[in-house]
Write a protein that binds this ligand. Structure first.
Ligand code: TYD
Length: 216
């Protein structure tokens, strides 16, 4: 594949979308062709699936059905957007990919990781990100803020915090399995410092592309 596939991962509120946009603009300024996309969604069909997944109206959605829907939206995105863009030599920046399913459905909701990997195998059709930028964000700060305010976290808030803690640790454990492909970025810092680390991590991937273009 000619292009490069760069994925942003992390818990909600880690600043993925902001950083993805900033990185994309920086790459465009340097003359790289960039494709922006996100999960779930990024295609017409995927956005419809996103509506089912994220709309509280469909609260009856069974966990396995949820996992299949994430995988279905992913399969469409891979086939319709990501593979064609990579074949055309573009840099694809994707807000979440298969690790979101492993971290949220697996580590967060307790579904079997092996089963999730099996569901996702045909969806991703062998596609592996060149780089996963894991924006590691400490959700404890939010709990601290609540307790300092004297309000204390209520049950739902506490459950949510517990969930995000599991998801965060899940991400860190996925990154630990393949340290070469993951870059863990401390996202509890000002936007420009986070971006600086991201640019450093992406630098190696870019060098590869530049060297290849120079040779061509
Ligand atoms: P996202 O678009 O990042 O949320 P937002 O735009 O509100 O920041 O992701 C939507 C939600 O879907 C997010 O809570 C994570 C969840 N998600 C999963 O649980 N599994 C998945 O496979 C994916 C891609 C997302």
């Amino acid at each position: 594949m000619l292009g490069k596939f760069i994925v942003f991962e992390g818990i909600d509120g880690a600043g993925k979308t902001t950083q993805l946009d900033l990185l994309g603009r920086e790459l465009e300024n340097r003359g790289y062709p960039v494709v922006y996309t996100r999960e779930p969604g990024g295609t017409r069909v995927g956005e419809l699936i996103r509506e089912i997944l994220l709309n509280p109206l469909y609260g009856e959605l069974a966990p396995r059905a949820e996992a299949f829907l994430y995988a279905a939206a992913r399969a469409q995105l891979v086939a319709q957007v990501i593979i064609p863009a990579l074949e055309a030599g573009k840099i694809v920046l994707c807000d979440r990919f298969v690790d979101s399913s492993l971290a949220y459905q697996g580590f967060g909701r307790g579904m079997d990781i092996l089963m999730l990997e099996q569901i996702n195998r045909p969806a991703i059709a062998g596609l592996v990100p060149d780089l996963v930028l894991l924006l590691d964000f400490c959700c404890d700060d939010a709990i601290d803020r609540l307790s300092r305010s004297g309000r204390g976290a209520d049950r739902i808030e506490q459950e949510q915090q517990e969930f995000y803690r599991r998801v965060r640790l899940g991400y860190l454990s996925l990154a630990g399995r393949e340290p070469g492909r993951y870059n863990i970025i401390d996202a509890n810092r000002p936007v420009d410092l986070v971006l600086c680390d991201i640019l450093k991590a992406v630098g190696e991937v870019l060098n590869e592309v530049t060297e290849r273009n120079n040779r061509a």
